[in-house]
Design a protein around this ligand. Structure first.
Ligand code: GLP
Length: 240
């Protein structure tokens, strides 16, 4: 696992974008595994700026996202589909037809998980971008999720509901469930890029980088992947 420690969020975002842009430039048909949350927003802004100013093109790129809340339609402003459009897809030249997320508003959630797993079988991510939950979750794979899991329905932990409630009008509006790629789907990527910032992630970063490899801290599984780059600011790295 390669760990790059940056001064702050801005430097983390610039370096992460550089890595993704390099992959897209060397392979215009790259498959990008994408994440939501506050961690990758700056990365996406840098990618948008580079697309606008330097013309890096995403016309041939396919994207697969990690997860989506159950019960929110794609036009709900807290859905991850909406997040991806407003934070990235609307600002680069990617064809929306080539962007993929699990649908949290599907009437048959198991059938939706099956559809997404079948789709992922055809698109190995050249890079999978990840944020990190303060409890060590990746995607919405909460502590205890088996390492061989594929896309599944998740009951979110109280910790995650509380962490994510800052984005909703009240904690009662935070969905209690989500669909998430499993750990096996994440580990299937050719390379993995984790972006982490802030002191509240320091303990999870330590567990991810040098803790015991255990489902109790899902991100610790990344120690088993041959090509992982962690880009974190010095607050997130403060316990390393
Ligand atoms: C959310 C998402 C994760 C994300 C994590 C951290 O619950 N499902 O994919 O990486 O929590 O979010 P943030 O970057 O906002 O701290």
């Amino acid at each position: 696992m390669k760990v790059i420690i940056t001064e702050n969020y801005e430097e983390m975002s610039a370096k992460a974008a550089e890595l993704i842009i390099g992959i897209v430039k060397s392979n215009p048909n790259a498959v990008l595994g994408l994440a939501t949350g506050s961690s990758p927003i700056g990365t996406y802004q840098n990618m948008a700026k580079d697309c606008r100013e330097n013309g890096t093109s995403y016309k041939g790129v396919t994207s697969v996202n990690l997860d989506e809340y159950v019960g929110l339609t794609a036009d709900h402003d807290q859905s991850y589909a909406y997040f991806m459009r407003t934070n990235l897809f609307d600002h680069i030249d990617i064809d929306l037809k080539n962007t993929n997320l699990p649908s949290g508003s599907a009437s048959d959630l198991q059938a939706e998980c099956d559809r997404y797993n079948a789709l992922l079988a055809g698109y190995q991510q050249d890079v999978q971008v990840l944020g990190l939950g303060s409890n060590g979750h990746i995607g919405f794979n909460e502590p205890g999720t088996p390492f061989d899991s594929v896309t599944h329905l998740v009951d979110l932990t109280e910790n995650t509901i509380k962490d994510n409630s800052r984005l909703f009008a009240s904690i009662d509006e935070v969905p209690r469930q989500a669909l998430s790629m499993g750990i096996k789907n994440i580990m299937n990527a050719k390379s993995i890029l984790v972006v982490v910032s802030g002191k509240n992630k320091a303990k999870a970063v330590k567990g991810m980088v040098k803790g015991e490899i255990t489902p109790d801290l899902p991100a610790s599984v990344l120690q088993l992947h041959p090509f992982v780059t962690v880009i974190c600011d010095k607050d997130a790295a403060s316990e390393l």
